[in-house]
Design a binder for this molecule. Structure first.
Ligand SMILES: *Cc1c(COP(=O)(O)O)cnc(C)c1O
Length: 385
């Protein structure tokens, strides 16, 4: 072991986080804020392998705490899936499905609003991606009918249908919610398995794998289910499940694609502790959409701010084009960092330092007073010269 300096070690001792008391607009963080119940569980369950006391070799069969029921009953009902598995994130779930059902060198079809992790998961599996394009600025709408064209194209070019189709529901840039059910119909017609990437949906809004007519759906616990994570959920339906959940020939109770076990400890404990509240909040999704629309309406009263993506918005995540802030940044003595500083002065964070032209925000779980405070802050800052 080489020596590690005292100053280097001291830097690890004082790790602090400064979000308390701030309104955080960062979309990736709003749905992952722990519930009080989960926060309470943290102290007790934070040790490594804390939930493995009563494990007989299969994480999902643990009865105390009730993981067995949670994974085999509660979650499958929550998303109308036949089976659910927990992974270390939405990306790991995508990787796992691709690895199980797509041959290396084969082609998959995905929307052009797909998250980068869809591309990286495909790359790691040595898959090629053919994209279903969006209609670009300002809507970035994916025309789901084009899935049929792309599938035909792949068949013609490679002699085989795509080994998988992926649709992002909603995408992580514009919060556009494509007609995933229609993609499900098209894919069934062609016999192409479909995976729905619902990282920004499961835990925020109602999602039914059965109603969407897909084979797989993935979600993200730390993004949308009030879990510390990292944890993802994979919902499976139909014949292809067996291939994804096949067991090791040598270790009879271990699933190969899971590498034998899923997330253990705090990621799962906080997911379970938050679940009753998450189940409840999903029922109030309409209110979240209303709040997002209220916010967008007010913010667009400012000259030089507009929401991109499909309008009116259908999701709490929204992409703002903010030319007014860009113009100010050209003359402001703090330059492009002015917006971050001005927002922080008003107890608002979550817009990356240096961004002024455009950025993403989420209004998830803010109340009306908090929304008004944010709107007023934007209005004040837009008056700066
Ligand atoms: C955040 C996000 C992911 C990644 O989720 P992880 O659980 O961190 O892997 C994947 N897809 C979309 C659309 C996302 O927004």
């Amino acid at each position: 072991m080489a020596e590690i300096g005292e100053r280097e070690l001291a830097r690890l001792e004082g790790i602090k986080r400064t979000v308390k008391g701030f309104l955080n607009l960062n979309p990736i963080q709003r749905g992952g804020i722990l519930t009080p119940e989960a926060r309470k569980a943290v102290g007790e369950w934070a040790d490594g392998y804390s939930l493995c006391d009563f494990c007989d070799g299969v994480l999902e069969s643990i009865k105390k705490p009730p993981i067995d029921e949670f994974v085999h009953e509660t979650l499958p009902r929550f998303i109308d899936a036949d089976e659910v598995r927990l992974t270390h994130g939405a990306r790991e779930a995508k990787y796992m499905v691709m690895h199980a059902i797509c041959k290396p060198g084969s082609t998959i079809v995905a929307d052009s609003n797909a998250h980068y992790s869809t591309h990286v998961a495909a790359e790691r599996n040595k898959l090629l991606i053919v994209e279903v394009e969006n209609n670009n600025y300002p809507e970035y709408r994916v025309d789901v009918e084009k899935y049929a064209e792309r599938i035909e194209e792949v068949k013609e070019k490679t002699g085989k249908p795509p080994s998988l189709a992926v649709i992002t529901f909603p995408d992580g840039n514009y919060g556009n919610l494509p007609d995933a059910k229609r993609v499900g119909d098209i894919c069934s017609e062609y016999g192409v398995p479909l995976l729905i990437n619902a990282a920004y949906a499961i835990g925020r809004m109602p999602v039914s794998l059965r109603d969407l007519g897909a084979d797989f759906v993935v979600g993200s616990g730390h993004k949308s289910m009030a879990s510390s994570g990292p944890i993802g959920i994979l919902g499976l339906r139909g014949d292809l499940s067996e291939q994804v959940l096949r067991k090791s020939s040598e270790y009879k109770n271990k699933e190969v694609e899971m590498l034998g076990c899923g997330p253990r400890g705090l990621p799962l404990i906080t997911l379970m502790a938050s679940f009753p509240a998450v189940y409840e909040r999903v029922k109030h999704w309409e209110g979240e959409v209303e709040n997002a629309r209220f916010f967008i309406k007010k913010i667009e009263e400012i000259n030089g701010i507009q929401q991109l993506g499909i309008k009116p918005t259908e999701h709490d995540l929204n992409f703002l084009e903010t030319n007014v802030f860009y113009e100010i940044s050209k003359k402001h003595k703090k330059g492009r960092f002015f917006l971050y500083r001005e927002l922080k002065k008003r107890d608002i964070i979550g817009v990356k330092p240096g961004l002024t032209k455009n950025f993403k925000i989420s209004t998830y779980e803010f109340n009306k007073d908090e929304l008004k405070k944010i709107i007023d802050a934007f209005k004040e800052i837009a008056m700066l010269k």
